[in-house]
Write a protein that binds this ligand. Structure first.
Ligand code: SAM
Ligand code: SF4
Length: 333
């Protein structure tokens, strides 16, 4: 398509371009991470209310025409949904060839790395909160660390980029921060420490919280990190130990220090569109699709949601009349 006829990018009132979609393909999960959901899980959506892959593909195709370049497949646990790898391949083959990324707990990932690479996936975010089996089980409420640990070597060996996401839980896994940094000594990967957020399905995070400064304080007392250059539009501050191969990131998700450059849209498994993690859903794209909306009507609804985007996550949260009691698994974290 010649540049002059290309439809305008999705731009919010603050001038931020939204070119990154986080798409939750399911709200189901095979773990029960204590910061994400209660022990007996979250109330699951009826299968009929979850978007079908064809519906998701239609939305992605439309969004790509409006400048979305990156689509992250998330959930719930994306790999529990049958057919998800083929679906990712179809998204990667859309006109404009958007970058397709995956966030996963890794439990079902071993043996599927070649399929993912063939499907066009280049990078994987692996959520891994402990390197110790007992602590892992305390956090995830499942004893499956052995299924995940080999991936730290297998993902890079399969030629895929790797970021390891660690939610820091004071008194639970904060003593392991130096062990996680140690992973960056010889491996070409990034370990990212994340502030816990109150999206655990109850609105009240069980246990103490910690912010980015608190995480840095622990790190600096144990290892010598230097600030490094990261993606200016990324959500993570990047650090590294001099001479080590990998990098260390810090994500101040709860402090919300990166809203000024946030480029993210979210569509949850039911097809609700959010322009901010902390805000309410703006429109049900599923309802529009299933009542016969045309592509132009869908684009108009998405454009209207983007036009109503708040300055930052604090303002978006203030606008909600209900406190955010949702789990990240249902929002599409
Ligand atoms: N199941 C997949 C996984 O765990 O990678 C994808 C979905 S999960 C909701 C996506 C990310 O959200 C994970 O990295 C997880 O650690 C993070 N997350 C979930 N609840 C969180 C919370 N309350 N605070 C901070 N991060 C959270
Ligand atoms: Fe499942 Fe991911 Fe939530 Fe853990 S963080 S319970 S793996 S959706």
């Amino acid at each position: 398509m010649p540049a002059q006829t290309r439809p305008a990018a999705l731009r919010d009132p603050q001038g931020r371009v939204l070119d990154y979609l986080r798409l939750a393909v399911t709200d189901r999960c095979n773990l029960r991470c204590r910061y994400c959901m209660p022990a007996d899980g979250i109330a699951l959506v009826d299968h009929d209310d979850v978007l079908r892959f064809e519906e998701m593909e239609r939305l992605c195709r439309l969004l790509v025409t409006r400048g979305v370049r990156k689509i992250r497949i998330t959930g719930g646990e994306p790999l529990v949904r049958r057919g998800v790898v083929d679906f990712m391949a179809r998204l990667g083959a859309l006109p404009g060839s958007p970058e397709i990324l995956l966030t996963t707990n890794g439990v079902l990932l071993r043996g599927r790395l070649d399929d993912l690479r063939l499907a066009g996936v280049r990078r994987i975010n692996l959520s891994l909160d402990s390197l110790d089996p007992a602590t892992f089980e305390t956090i995830a409420r499942r004893d499956v660390l052995a299924d995940v640990l080999p991936l730290l070597d297998e993902i890079p060996a399969a030629g895929l980029g790797l970021k390891v996401n660690v939610v820091v839980l004071p008194g639970v896994n904060d003593h392991e921060l130096p062990d996680f940094v140690e992973l960056t000594r010889d491996r070409d990967l990034t370990v990212r420490f994340i502030e816990p957020m109150p999206f655990d399905g109850t609105g009240l995070l069980a246990g103490r919280s910690i912010d980015g400064d608190g995480i840095l304080e622990i790190l600096n007392s144990r290892v010598h990190l230097e600030r490094a250059v990261g993606d200016p539009r990324g959500v993570d501050e990047i650090y590294a130990v001099e001479g080590w191969r990998g990098r260390v990131g810090l994500i101040r998700g709860h402090s919300r220090t990166f809203c000024a450059t946030c480029s993210r849209l979210r569509i949850d498994a039911q097809g609700a569109l959010r322009t901010c993690l902390y805000g309410a859903a703006r429109v049900s794209l599923r309802t529009l699709i299933r009542t016969g909306a045309t592509d132009d009507e869908l684009i108009a609804a998405i454009g209207a949601a983007v036009a109503g985007r708040f300055d930052d996550g604090h303002a978006a949260a203030r606008d909600r009349d209900d406190p955010a009691h949702q789990s990240m698994a249902s929002i599409g974290g």
